[in-house]
Design a protein around this ligand. Sequence first.
Ligand code: FES
Length: 185
Amino acid sequence: MNSVEKNESKSEGCLQKCLVSRRQFLFSGLATATVALAGVPGFGFGISMAEAAVLSKYPRKKIGSLRALKTDVPVRFAYPTKDIENMLVKLGAQAGGGVGPSKDVVAFNPVCTHMGGPLGEKYNAQYKILGQCPFHQSTFDLTRHGMIVSGHGTESLPQVLLETEGDDIYATGFIGLVYGRKSNV
Ligand code: FES
């Protein structure tokens, strides 16, 4: 092997080592990040926010009646615990997860998923959105499962799952976690 070949072989060896150590670094970084996230709200012990929400046990609770609702007039209710206040609204337009004859009755937790801004008074009847958030202007589409429309938020609003029995409306669960919580129950 001449000196040029020796140098090439040396560089290949170095490249292999560099690649391995870079890969090892990335994996160790991922592991560290996973452990670190375990203590962050919504990332409890390796369970994703969606999984945590699905794994929770929710009560079935009557929260209102179809006849009592007026289009575009939100009403509040506590669910699943007394300290979680949500918003029930008849949108007058069919919505994802909507119940009632027109599939237009939906419920959400009105706390901004970005940094907890209060959205309870921010229902926009014209566009069927919640927002703008007073903190960083996020808006959420109530006809599309609370999907983010604009602003700094990255997650949909937590939607309360609804069922009807005759005229009665029941809450039966949640899609998503209420801001700042590891569990909704
Ligand atoms: S807290 Fe609502 S957009 Fe930041």
